[in-house]
Design a protein around this ligand. Structure first.
Ligand code: FUB
Length: 458
């Protein structure tokens, strides 16, 4: 019976929504997935709302353990945390080594006037990160220094690669913040990447592909794989293989063809998680989005027996959950969600990240929530704050207008960060459902901020 309820809930949600993009509160770009412990983290850039270029100031991280619901951990580091950086917080990647997390970023260097590669370090995957060196790791004044990718090999050797339209490759020391020897430029040949580097191409030359930017270094079946944005503008994703990160590389083909995603850039990261393989990329598909308003999406795929990539198409549907969300016995963060409408998230030093910009009719949705087999009444407690008249937080099952499980009134608490805890009875519920927090109140003004919720059974 429980299986039937779960299947019905999933079918209903699949009809109502696609699951891509995975974040609706902010624009998110240039995804870099990383598994640590039993969670999958996705580090992203952030296109400013309304931007007309890649005006980007900070890096963010989201995490999941079910591929359905993502926790927003907020900004983990921004340009101001790198004294030498003054612009362009572009595509990053993180890696874990010996219990520390290293975060490689490109940013515009105020020291040389070009783009530079920096590295930050933290004790936790969600930060706080701090500039590990107080200066760039690599800064030669060139504009090529963007999109670092980091990879730790089976023998412990770490590699860092980056560049547009060049590809720098370097071995890192075990400290992860210095190079073993000077980075080298890879040979970008037609055989290796589908075309020679742009400046070496023949006028009107016909080439099967062309490395552009956004490298992602990984290894499969003992062969190194470099995935990258290719083809100039608009970009698709291609890959090459080699027996050594330094080459020679062999062009292998297109993974994600150019499609009508609303974004002329694409940028990928791949990861294996809980027995599944995932391909992260970005599109311009969030309402109001586009080439400078990008959003992270994900597809599941299977490698060929020889480690080759299949063709992966961008879908609205996204990926299936690989677990259920258990609401009991924990404090549920309001900023953990599968999708949302209208709301944003904000950080606060004391409370962490919370849901903000809540107006009448806005909602957040959690996918695949398991209420157990026994329907029992209980209590819903929320932590919220309002500087105005407050409003109501409704917990509904299966759809925005679905069964009302609980309705908690939030009063004026005296400030947007003057938090209170408010409780209401919760009706009996069992089985697996999508859950909607639907926010109601006076039309027009902001209602309240929402930090967390707890559900207890009587
Ligand atoms: O997000 C800014 C730039 O756009 C990245 O560095 C590139 O990879 C492209 O996605």
């Amino acid at each position: 019976m429980r299986m039937i309820i779960a299947a019905a809930a999933l079918a209903a949600s699949a009809c109502a929504f696609g699951e891509n993009p995975i974040v609706h509160t902010w624009f998110t770009t240039d995804p870099a997935p990383m598994v640590s412990g039993d969670r999958l983290y996705v580090y992203t850039g952030h296109d400013d709302d309304g931007a007309d270029f890649f005006w980007m100031n900070e890096w963010r991280v989201y995490s999941t353990d079910d591929m359905a619901n993502w926790t927003d951990h907020g900004t983990i580091i921004d340009l101001g945390d790198f004294t030498w950086a003054d612009d362009r917080a572009w595509a990053p990647q993180a890696v874990e080594r010996d219990g520390k997390f290293y975060f490689y970023v490109p940013a515009h260097s105020s020291l040389t006037g070009g783009m530079a590669i920096g590295v930050a370090v933290a004790d936790n995957p969600t930060g706080p990160f701090r500039d590990a060196l107080g200066k760039p790791l690599f800064d030669d004044g060139s504009w090529d220094n963007i999109d670092p990718t980091v990879f730790i090999d089976d023998d412990g050797q770490a590699y860092l690669a980056w560049g547009n339209p060049t590809i720098h490759m370097a071995r890192l020391n075990d400290d992860m913040v210095s190079f073993k020897e000077d980075p080298v430029l890879l040979d970008i040949t037609e055989e290796g990447f589908g075309a020679p580097m742009l400046r070496d191409q023949k006028v009107k030359g016909k080439y099967k592909d062309c490395y552009t930017e956004g490298p992602w270094l990984t290894k499969r079946n003992g062969r190194y794989q470099l995935l990258y944005a290719a083809g100039g503008i608009p970009e698709h994703i291609s890959y090459s293989e080699a027996a050594s990160p330094f080459g020679p590389w062999k062009y292998k083909g297109i993974i994600m063809p150019n499609q009508d995603t609303g974004s002329f850039t694409n940028h990928c990261g791949v990861v294996d998680y809980k027995g599944h393989s995932y391909f992260f990329y970005h599109t311009g598909k969030l309402p109001g989005g586009g080439g400078f308003g990008r959003s992270v999406a994900v597809e599941e795929f299977e490698y060929g027996k020889d480690g080759s990539f299949p063709t992966i198409m961008a879908t609205d549907k996204g990926v299936e959950p690989i677990g259920v969300y258990s609401p009991y016995g924990r404090r549920n963060q309001a900023e953990t969600m599968a999708s949302s409408h209208g709301v944003k998230t904000e950080p606060n030093a004391k409370t962490g990240v919370y849901v903000s910009e809540v107006h009448n009719g806005d909602w957040t949705r959690l996918r695949n929530v398991d209420f157990g087999s026994e329907a029992k009444a209980g209590k819903l407690k929320v932590k919220a704050a309002s500087a105005l008249q407050g409003g109501v937080i409704e917990l509904r099952a299966d759809s925005i207008g679905g069964r009302l499980v609980a309705s908690v009134s939030v009063p004026d608490t005296g400030g947007w960060e003057e938090w209170g805890e408010f409780v209401a009875e919760a009706a009996p519920i069992s089985g697996v459902h999508d859950v909607y927090f639907v926010f109601k109140g006076m039309k027009g003004p902001k209602l309240f901020n929402f930090d967390w919720w707890e559900l207890k059974r009587d």
